[in-house]
Design a binder for this molecule. Structure first.
Ligand code: BGC
Length: 755
């Protein structure tokens, strides 16, 4: 019934326009003319998304308006590769996409050139599968390790987030398709993501939660931005003009379109007024509502025109508009090689005592841990990819020539088959979109482990975790080890160490877990992340020394959750002692107060000298590096800093150098040090050196002063530190700023309740 009314309204409006205007079709230079020719209904249809008919399984689309030659454009997830249906009805072809390493793994490479290369491959699959925009990268801040989507995001630090995202956007967009940087902003938890109000100071908002987006917008000009589901300081982000227009467009110069996350019907007129151009996934009811609002005077048509014009300007850039003849045959083989290589560079070597790695010395290996046999290539939900296959660790090891103990392998394979039969009978709650859970760890008896310790030269234990959209992680048995995992590590380490044989733990997850209580047991720990479809090969390459790890952590690994200031106010944390909880759930409206302000991650731990299990920026290598000749030079609007890195070990490697700045006293209160730039060497052979130069502007040095509503850098002496991690400063020098520096901003997005 509703549909019929809508069609009638459309016919009346359409009829009147076609008699008024001459026929015009969209060209790259006639956007204003097309806008003028559009009826109200056509305008409303253009700002409301529609079904992605051309590409089954794509997340959304903009609607076609045939009369005006306006094509539909296709929007597809997501961060780790294109997400479309791999099979189609009555079609023998397949449409699998490459599953690349998850966002966290990419960020831990600290290699912007490599991330750009991955972006190019993903962008090519977007193009060749007939899509126009990739709904990625995900760039929310890791405020707590429990956020279910951290694997899609990059870091607890906004600079790393912004630089890695900018590289990714450049790579994807180099293929002539767009990106949608998401979720703008402060989508730091999945619990009540559709309703939660993230309440924070203007300084925390600007310095931590918006900064990464600002860098990506200024440096890489993404075609689109996706507003988040949540509220910030009161309004939903998608209806917040201060966020979407004052900050994003007027202050940062964004000139693309903003689309909602997949919200559905909500506050249509307010979104248009705020500058949220496109509503996804789109419902007919939204179109009718917009028409009603304009006709009743509740929404000025001129406001709608602004959004429509921006969508038209976006459309003329798309492959759909160009009529690109996509092949549906991207070079998946070449992309598989890129994912295999890029995954190794994001792996972080957390521990390597007695040169337990690489494992060339071991003739036979016992491979423990169900995840070794059921590898986790990526996260779940919209961040997952429909890939043709996943190489598990067993296959990776055996195909790279490693001999594994087959008796143990058979035991695990039988267990896996049994578990798979149970799961097949009962798919995961909510269906397969939410992903296949990691299988429960298999308990292995001590006698079996003792036999393995006699028969093999080395034990590998893989621990796995899965997480994804819609829910946050839990503390017990997710952040912490399960009892079975703890027992397995203890028993394997005891038995193998008694026989003088090493144990290596591989972490196959997209997120942080507790390590402080067990990390002393194994000889080596390799954080492999969720390394994509070639994961088993990538891990085997690093274990065998065919490749080497050169990743560093882009987030702190705390001793426990209670140490994190955000834990006072994050869902799913079990208080160790009675504490006040600020996360009050009110029906359809709850809030999370960011009482920690800017003290997120290392900004808190380093400033308060609180010990952590592994600090931000940490990562070992198969070789060692020295830092020498720190030099800082003043430039017209900032400084350049250089440092010489020498490989002092016996194997090849790459080193990530982190540049931290400590501000002079007298200005705003600041963390002990803050990351302001980073660089990575090329592959250095033993004794080889490279001088790295990083530049930063005065704007980069500045912090946000709420009392003046300006970015400010105080005059005085800044300490410039070159670190191998935030806690391992290898060289320092200084930079003097003679005059204070200020950039005035708008006083917007004030907190709506006391913090
Ligand atoms: C997610 C987005 C995703 C969209 C489309 C939403 O639920 O939050 O990240 O791009 O769905 O699949």
């Amino acid at each position: 019934m509703k549909r019929r009314i809508l069609m009638a309204v459309g016919a009346i409006v359409l009829g009147s326009a076609s008699t008024m205007t001459a026929q015009v079709t969209l060209q790259s230079n006639n956007v204003d003319e097309v806008l003028k020719a559009m009826t109200l209904e056509e305008k409303a249809r253009l700002v409301v998304g529609g079904p992605a008919q051309r590409v089954p399984g794509a997340a959304g689309a903009t609607r076609e308006i045939d009369r005006l030659g306006i094509p539909a454009s296709i929007l597809t997830d997501g961060p780790a590769g294109v997400r479309i249906n791999p099979k189609r009805d009555n079609d023998e072809n397949t449409y699998y996409c490459t599953g690349f390493p998850v966002g966290t793994a990419l960020a831990c490479t600290w290699n912007t050139a490599l991330v750009e290369e991955v972006g190019k491959c993903i962008g090519n699959e977007v193009l060749e599968y007939g899509c126009d925009v990739l709904l990625a990268p995900g760039m929310n801040i890791h405020r707590s390790p429990l956020c279910g989507r951290n694997f899609e995001y990059y870091s607890e630090d906004p600079l790393v987030t912004g630089k890695i995202a900018a590289a990714y956007v450049r790579g994807v967009q180099s293929q002539g398709v767009g990106t949608s940087i998401k979720h703008f902003a402060a989508n730091s938890q999945e619990t009540s993501r559709m309703s939660v109000d993230e309440v924070m100071s203007q300084r925390a908002l600007r310095e931590i939660y918006l900064k990464g987006f600002e860098i990506a917008v200024r440096e890489a000009a993404p075609w689109t931005v996706m507003s988040s589901y949540n509220r910030i300081n009161g309004p939903f982000t998608q209806e917040n003009r201060e966020l979407l227009t004052t900050i994003l467009r007027e202050e940062w110069g964004f000139d693309g379109i903003v689309m909602t996350d997949w919200t559905g019907m909500r506050n249509t007129a307010a979104q248009i007024q705020a500058g949220n151009d496109l509503m996804e996934p789109g419902e007919e009811a939204q179109i009718k509502d917009l028409i009603d609002k304009v006709q009743s005077g509740a929404l000025a048509e001129a406001n709608l025109d602004v959004c429509v014009k921006r969508i038209l300007q976006y459309l003329v850039k798309t492959p759909a508009f160009r009529g690109y003849k996509y092949s549906n045959k991207p070079n998946l083989k070449a992309h598989a090689e890129v994912t295999r290589r890029s995954a190794t560079e994001g792996m972080v070597l957390l521990k390597n005592e007695g040169a337990a790695l690489p494992i060339g010395y071991a003739k036979t290996i016992s491979v423990f841990g169900i995840t070794s046999y059921d590898f986790v290539a990526g996260g779940s939900g919209s961040g997952d990819v429909n890939k043709a296959y996943t190489i598990d660790l067993m296959r990776g090891l055996t195909e790279t020539g490693v001999k594994v103990n087959s008796k143990l392998a058979d035991l695990y394979q039988n267990y896996k088959a049994y578990q798979a039969s149970l799961t097949a009978a009962a798919p995961p709650r909510g269906g397969w979109f939410w992903g296949k859970a990691v299988l429960p760890e298999m308990a292995v008896s001590r006698p079996i482990i003792n036999v393995q310790a006699q028969e093999s030269d080395l034990a590998i234990i893989t621990l796995g975790r899965q997480a994804g959209e819609g829910t946050d992680r839990h503390e017990d048995g997710d952040f912490t080890l399960t009892d079975v995992e703890r027992q397995l590590i203890t028993d394997v380490c005891n038995a193998f160490h008694l026989a003088n044989k090493p144990v290596v733990v591989v972490l196959n997850m997209g997120n942080v877990i507790e390590t402080a209580s067990w990390k002393s047991m194994p000889d080596a720990i390799l954080l492999a992340w969720q390394p994509g479809q070639e994961g088993g090969y990538s891990v085997a390459d690093v274990l065998t020394g065919e490749a080497y790890p050169s990743g560093k952590l882009t987030m702190t690994w705390p001793d426990n959750l209670i140490d994190l200031p955000s834990s006072a106010n994050f869902p799913n944390i079990r208080p160790a002692a009675p504490r006040s909880r600020e996360n009050n759930r009110i029906e359809f409206r709850d809030y999370t107060k960011h009482t920690e302000g800017i003290h997120v991650g290392y900004r808190y731990f380093t400033t308060s000298n609180k010990p952590v299990s592994y600090p931000f920026g940490f990562g070992l290598s198969y070789t060692t590096f020295s830092y020498s000749k720190p030099v800082v030079k003043a430039t017209k609007d900032g400084l350049t800093a250089s440092i010489t890195i020498t490989n002092t070990g016996t194997r090849a490697g790459k080193e990530v150098v982190e540049l931290y700045v400590s501000a002079p006293a007298g200005g705003l209160e600041k963390p002990a040090r803050e990351l302001k730039a980073f660089a990575k060497t090329r592959e250095l052979q033993p004794k080889e050196s490279q001088t790295l130069t990083m530049s930063l502007s005065l704007y980069d040095l500045a912090s946000y002063n709420e009392s003046t509503q300006a970015w400010e850098a105080a005059s005085g002496k800044y300490t410039i530190s070159f670190g191998a991690s935030v806690e391992d400063i290898r060289a320092t020098t200084s930079y003097s700023l003679s005059k204070p520096y200020t950039v005035k901003c708008h006083d917007v997005m004030r907190p709506n309740m006391p913090l």
